[in-house]
Write a protein that binds this ligand. Structure first.
Ligand code: GDP
Ligand code: MG
Length: 429
């Protein structure tokens, strides 16, 4: 029987256990040597002696520095240290958080007798029985604290058999779909414009699938995958119809969809949390009111489960609702999510009362093409390697798709002005 330990493929893994628990052995068995940063090795590097406790401060400074540099590159980093005390653990988690990466922990909590026997037989090191006793005590306390520290994954192995049976499975972050090579059709903010979406998919060569009532519930292209930049809902005439179609496409593997700020608000509203019913949310809730409870539940779990961005095509393409600066590509944290959904704002509002956005795209120097929505205008315009495909269909503009990698624009004009925002769509500048 194997026991599969799921760990994030990008991020920090803390090994936790007393001296002699088998952390270094475990690390050598499951990870590449360069992925493991060991406090004992760092001690040896700065003092020539793995056991020189007076070198501990220098050793940890070195260890933190290596962890910091590896995580900045998004590399899996395993810390082989006892990690029995909350402050050192917190410091390491802080570094992972700084780089918007998750932390997981693997605890080796083996029987005390076995530990004592192993430490006494150890040839490379002498560890006093009272040191072991103190560490075993610290481990009991650490086990309680670890539960509160909210790790992406927390695995506790309690017997040598469990340790032997362990198999590490590295799980990519949800945003990492670099395995998908496309080609893609990246579709801008739909905002409930179902008829225009059906027309656009048809123009892109997708074959629409309808249910017994004639409602579009899917669309398939033999070679291509659609990618929605979010804001499927609000303001427009048929948000449920758009959701039904896009949910069907995603379920069938014909489309991907990232979360827009409007889906985020819809999730809050459907969960009964206090939310202003502005910017078209009331219309969506009214439209959903005419649907079945089962459909509303599906909408909630679909929207709540949307990822904030996708890294596609081997890292060459990033899709996020409001765009994403390079240091956040392939990362996962509250900061990444806030940027992907809302962009970065100055905290000020413009003459129309709308938040003033920072021009992240103008400073973008990344290798990946970033395609996004969120900011409606009458046209599209490449800014460095980024493109906004929100052409304000719901405001009477058009619904736009970018064919990738061809970089062709395909668009469909709005049937009418569905929502008057009191000012015209302007060209990008
Ligand atoms: P660490 O101090 O937690 O890094 O522990 P080590 O990995 O250095 O292991 C301590 C001692 O236990 C060494 O002598 C190892 O050979 C032994 N050991 C570690 N893991 C195992 C294991 O799974 N089975 C057995 N039989 N011995 C182990
Ligand atoms: Mg060790």
């Amino acid at each position: 029987m194997t026991r599969v330990l799921d760990l994030p493929a990008a991020g920090l893994v803390l090994l936790v256990g007393v001296s002699g628990a088998g952390k270094s052995t475990f690390a050598a068995r499951h990870f590449r040597p360069t992925q493991v940063v060991s406090s004992d090795r760092c001690r040896a590097m700065v003092s020539d002696d793995e056991n020189d406790q007076s070198a501990t401060a220098d050793a940890f400074e070195l260890l933190h520095s290596v962890v910091d540099r590896r995580l900045r590159r998004g590399l899996l980093t395993v810390v082989d240290a006892t990690n029995l005390h909350p402050h050192p653990r917190q410091e390491l988690r802080r570094i992972a958080k700084k780089h918007c990466l998750p932390t997981a922990a693997v605890v080796l909590d083996l029987p005390a007798d076995l530990i004592r026997e192993r430490t006494r037989n150890r040839s490379d090191r002498v560890i006093d029985d009272d040191v072991t006793a103190r560490q075993l005590h610290d481990l009991r306390r650490a086990l309680r604290q670890l539960d509160q520290e909210k790790y992406r994954a927390l695995h506790v192995l309690r017997t040598p058999e469990e340790v032997d049976a362990a198999v590490v499975r590295l799980v990519p972050l949800r945003c990492d779909r670099s395995d998908l090579r496309g080609p893609f059709d990246i579709i801008g903010d739909v905002h409930g414009c179902r008829a225009e979406l059906e027309e656009l998919l048809h123009r892109l060569g997708y074959r629409l699938r309808r249910d017994g009532q004639g409602r579009a519930v899917g669309a398939h292209h033999p070679d291509r995958t659609a990618v929605f930049v979010g804001d499927l809902v609000d303001r427009g005439p048929d948000s449920p119809g758009v959701l039904r179609l896009v949910m069907g496409m995603v379920a069938d593997g014909d489309a991907l969809c990232v979360m827009g700020n409007h889906e985020n608000r819809l999730v809050r509203a459907l969960r009964g949390r206090a939310t202003r019913l502005s910017y078209g949310l009331q219309e969506t809730l009214d439209q959903l009111g005419a649907e079945t409870e089962e459909f509303r539940d599906r909408v909630l779990s679909f929207c709540a489960g949307l990822v904030d961005h996708y890294v596609l095509d081997g890292g060459n393409l990033v899709v996020a609702h409001a765009g994403l600066k390079e240091e956040y590509h392939g990362r996962s944290s509250g900061r990444v999510r806030a940027f992907a959904l809302y962009g970065e704002t100055t905290g000020e509002v413009d003459d129309y009362g709308l938040p003033v956005r920072l021009p992240w795209a103008r400073d973008y120097r990344g290798r990946a093409v970033v395609v996004h929505g969120h900011v409606p205008a009458s046209d599209t315009m490449w800014v460095n390697n980024t493109l906004c495909v929100d052409t304000g269909c719901v405001f009477g503009g058009k619904l736009t798709a970018l064919r990738y990698p061809e970089r062709e624009i395909v668009d469909v004009p709005a049937e009418r002005v569905w929502y008057d925002r009191g000012r015209p769509l302007e060209p990008r500048s």
